[in-house]
Design a protein around this ligand. Structure first.
Ligand SMILES: [Zn+2]
Length: 259
């Protein structure tokens, strides 16, 4: 993660400060493992052009020029992500948890109470959508651990019955289901029709979650992303292309303390 002193650049500003004939700054990395040229953009390394050995360096500016719009667009996304993470400081405890899929925004109160062990207890006040975290709240990691446990239980309760409903409605049966904490997957479906769902789905909008459930249920019929698979998904969710796209952006709204 870069330091906080880096200024934010909007796409317009970036386009303005970069006249059409000027290329964004980049570094070149030669990789034995790559067969074709690839652009990579990250907060840590900026714009990196990865090329196979023996690649003609003189071709690089033209490639960058061609990908200019993509670079500017993604640079903006990175800047937003960085600002989002900096604004919420992952080391601090959250004051609220916004479960968009359930339309529930929980407020969290922390209450230091005498305790011998590391134990943290979470009290749930459902009518007020309030959580009270009791115990040694100076132990931030323990608080996070128990809040995450609470989220996992919440996910089991809601996502399991949600999946069951969608499955019955779509007539796409599955075998078992589990809630997991995956880093890069929202859900998965095994050859044996066992479906795993990421508890972080709770933070997404309900229609996006519903799409993930349909997507995984369609994998019980097609274990791939073939045309047939998408055809089936489209039967249940005509808007699947847009929803799938928004899913790629959705990691941006997962709170930093859970990363
Ligand atoms: Zn899939």
């Amino acid at each position: 993660m870069a330091s906080g002193s880096k200024s934010l650049i909007t796409a317009d500003l970036l386009a303005e400060t970069l006249p059409a004939d000027t290329l964004p700054a980049y570094t070149v990395r030669v990789s034995d493992r790559t067969k074709s040229v690839r652009l990579s953009l990250s907060i840590e390394d900026g714009l990196e052009v990865v090329i196979p050995p023996n690649y003609d360096h003189q071709k690089i500016p033209e490639i960058i020029q061609k990908k200019r719009a993509w670079i500017i667009r993604n640079q903006l996304k990175l800047n937003q992500r960085e600002a989002f993470l900096q604004a919420q400081s992952p080391h601090e405890l959250p004051n609220s948890i916004n479960l968009r899929s359930l339309n529930e925004e929980w407020q969290i109160e922390y209450c230091q109470t005498p305790t011998k062990s590391r134990a943290i207890a979470i009290q749930e006040n459902k009518s007020q959508l309030k959580l009270v975290v009791n115990g040694n709240i100076a132990d931030i990691e323990a608080c996070k651990f128990f809040l995450k446990q609470w989220l996992m239980q919440k996910a089991e309760k809601h996502l399991f019955s949600w999946l069951r409903k969608v499955s019955i409605h779509a007539k796409l049966p599955y075998r078992t289901t589990a809630v997991r904490s995956q880093k890069t997957l929202w859900g998965s479906c095994s050859n044996n029709r066992n479906i795993s769902l990421n508890y972080k789905l709770l933070f997404l909008e309900a229609n996006v979650v519903e799409y993930v459930l349909i997507h995984e249920l369609c994998h019980t019929v097609h274990m791939n992303h073939s045309d047939k698979f998408w055809e089936l998904v489209g039967k249940y969710e005509p808007n699947y292309k847009m929803l799938d796209k928004s899913l790629n952006q959705a990691w941006q709204i997962i709170p930093a303390w859970l990363l």
